[in-house]
Design a protein around this ligand. Structure first.
Ligand SMILES: Nc1ncnc2c1ncn2[C@@H]1O[C@H](COP(=O)(O)OP(=O)(O)OP(=O)(O)O)[C@@H](O)[C@H]1O
Length: 268
């Protein structure tokens, strides 16, 4: 008798196609497996379907054909193990930082003592203990985004979906939050699917980058990022990092150029 280990990918996408209503095909025949703990960034020209792919995985929009499995479940059944972080921190202005973070745990029905413990833990993780009782209007953009991250992590997700979460932040804040995100990932080990327009950010964070080509959206390049972990501020000035940014930029330019030739909109 042989012993066989079956490894279920964190996210498995097979021949996924998506159209909104009776409109044109946005994503066509996307197939890929994402292993547990991978950090996968999705880049591509504006409108190529990056956010749409994330919404399909989150179960926020139905797939037109093909299948998507999240830890072996349909996206709708996997909601409990998935957290989503959007560009807009989407905090409730009338609730304090602590009350915003606790929201998901309240909905889960977690006991009050346990909730307090969890919230204190994530506040500490993102360095916001000192503003726990402040309101969102009293925080900087970077702090609001940290609250949003804390809220997403409080439920201990296995899969983290991030849709251009740091696009509105200044470069230094963005770099710092990226470093924090990698530290949190090393500690908690979730699987991430991350949409960004920044090649530098994608290279810094990812174990793998998918470059989508547009009209219809499809995976044109699937590139492993072999830079060693831990990555930190110094990583950004290493020749290996700089070279990888050049390679990924070239891959992105190749799909943007073909979209212009095909009459599509290229991202600047
Ligand atoms: N709810 C919707 N109904 C109809 N069409 C939609 C809907 N959401 C997105 N689309 C269309 O699907 C296409 C892909 O949009 P999507 O937001 O996924 O692209 P994207 O690559 O994330 O773009 P960007 O980089 O500009 O954020 C676009 O043409 C968009 O207009």
């Amino acid at each position: 008798m042989t012993t066989e280990t079956i490894i279920v990918p964190a996210i498995s996408i097979a021949s996924a196609t998506k159209s909104y209503g009776t409109g044109t095909t946005i994503l066509k025949d996307i197939s890929l497996n994402i292993a547990k703990k991978e950090f996968v960034s999705i880049i591509g020209p504006s409108g190529c379907g990056k956010s749409t792919l994330l919404k399909l995985v989150a179960g926020l929009s139905p797939i037109t054909s093909g299948t998507i499995a999240v830890d072996g479940m349909t996206p709708a059944n996997a909601r409990e193990i998935v957290s989503f972080i959007f560009q807009d921190a989407t905090l409730l202005p009338w609730r304090t930082v602590r009350q915003n973070i606790v929201l998901g745990l309240e909905l889960e029905g977690m006991a009050r003592d346990r909730r307090t413990e969890k919230v204190n833990e994530v506040l500490h993780l993102v360095g916001l203990t000192h503003v726990a009782d402040s309101y969102p209007r009293q925080l900087s953009g970077g702090m609001k985004m940290r609250v949003s991250i804390a809220r997403a992590l409080a439920t201990r997700p296995q899969v983290l979906l991030l849709d251009e979460p740091f696009a509105a932040l200044d470069e230094m804040t963005r770099d710092r939050i990226n470093e924090d995100l990698l530290r949190l990932r090393a500690d908690q080990g979730w699987t991430s699917l991350f949409v960004t327009h920044s090649v530098a950010e994608a290279v810094f964070l990812s174990t793998r980058i998918l470059v989508l080509a547009p009209h219809p959206g499809r995976v044109a390049h699937d590139i492993a990022i072999d830079l060693p972990f831990p990555r930190n501020e110094e990583t950004r000035s290493t020749p290996a990092y700089e070279q990888t940014v050049i390679e990924i930029s070239r891959a992105l330019r190749s799909v943007s150029a073909s979209s212009v030739n095909a009459g599509g909109a290229a991202h600047p």
